[in-house]
Design a protein around this ligand. Structure first.
Ligand SMILES: NC(=O)c1ccc[n+]([C@@H]2O[C@H](COP(=O)([O-])OP(=O)(O)OC[C@H]3O[C@@H](n4cnc5c(N)ncnc54)[C@H](OP(=O)(O)O)[C@@H]3O)[C@@H](O)[C@H]2O)c1
Length: 249
């Protein structure tokens, strides 16, 4: 946002904001006075509880159900945000799923689930944003540091994220003429359901030790980076991938 934009009302769409990193992003942006559309797919109670917490702190938010692997969801989210909160100034493409298995065992269905949510979902929202996001707005996509780690079992998931990084850089060049920046954040391991489910304590301990701080990231480690992108100070950062991972790579 430039300074004059900052005087105007800011409205953010945060996808997958019912829990994990997205919930923390919604709470953080709302603390800064930004009205937030809290998107979710399957967890209405969790999304409503994020909204209630924001309202309790004097902020404005609405919870909106939309499965972003469906093609009509992007338009519906923008419609809802515009009709209830105002013109969208920030799009955070956070929703994502991870299904791990060796290439030999990845099913078409699993790859397609990850593609449709992790890549097609953000693509459709970026396409919608290209005509509907406010001038000088912000698009923040979610990649993952696994894109650079090349670990066995991550092929399908990492491929969806690598493709999104490429799209981020191209969209940044296309939308820059309206002052919009498009960047990606590539977190390392963060203590959320997506990371912790199906991992043994030993494996979690091993992964913790892969970064020099010897801890997992927390959702607020990532929400702070999103906050930076929401501010005027980030205006010259465009088409970049920020590897927010404590130095794992
Ligand atoms: N955690 C990590 O270690 C890590 C590391 C690198 C990158 N990332 C990326 O960071 C992002 C957030 O991850 P997280 O760890 O916070 O995940 P999480 O805890 O599993 O939360 C996922 C969020 O996405 C929503 N979601 C799932 N399927 C959806 C769909 N079809 N349509 C719309 N929303 C949907 C969920 O909503 P419901 O509650 O309604 O299901 C939930 O709010 C993802 O893009 C992930 O790939 C995470």
């Amino acid at each position: 946002m430039n300074n004059s934009q900052h005087q105007q009302k800011q409205v953010a769409i945060v996808t997958g904001a019912s829990r994990g990193i997205g919930a923390e992003i919604a709470l953080t942006l709302a603390t800064d006075g930004i009205a937030v559309l809290v998107n979710y797919a399957n967890s209405p109670e969790k999304a409503e509880s994020v909204v209630r917490e924001i309202e309790h702190q004097g902020g404005q938010a609405i919870a909106v159900q939309a499965d972003l692997s469906h093609s009509e969801a992007a338009r519906a989210l923008f419609d809802k945000a515009e009709n209830t909160l105002g013109k969208v100034t920030i799009l955070v493409n956070n929703a994502g799923i991870m299904e791990l298995s060796p290439v030999a065992e990845v099913t078409d269905a699993s790859f397609e689930r990850q593609l449709s949510l992790n890549l097609l979902g953000p693509f459709r929202l970026i396409r919608e944003a290209s005509s509907r996001l406010a001038d000088n707005g912000r698009i923040i996509n979610f990649s993952s540091s696994v894109v650079g780690l090349y670990q066995p079992t991550y092929a399908a998931y990492a491929a969806t994220k690598a493709a999104l990084e490429t799209m981020t850089k191209i969209a940044a060049k296309e939308l820059g003429n309206r002052g919009i920046t498009v960047n990606a954040i590539a977190p390392g391991p963060i203590a959320t359901e997506l990371f912790l489910s199906d991992k043994s304590e030993e494996l979690v301990e091993h992964i913790k030790n892969m970064n020099p701080f010897k801890r997992l990231g927390e959702p607020e480690d990532i929400a702070r980076v999103v906050r930076f992108f929401s501010k005027a100070e980030s205006a010259w950062i465009n088409g970049q991938v920020i590897r927010a991972n404590g130095g794992i790579i």
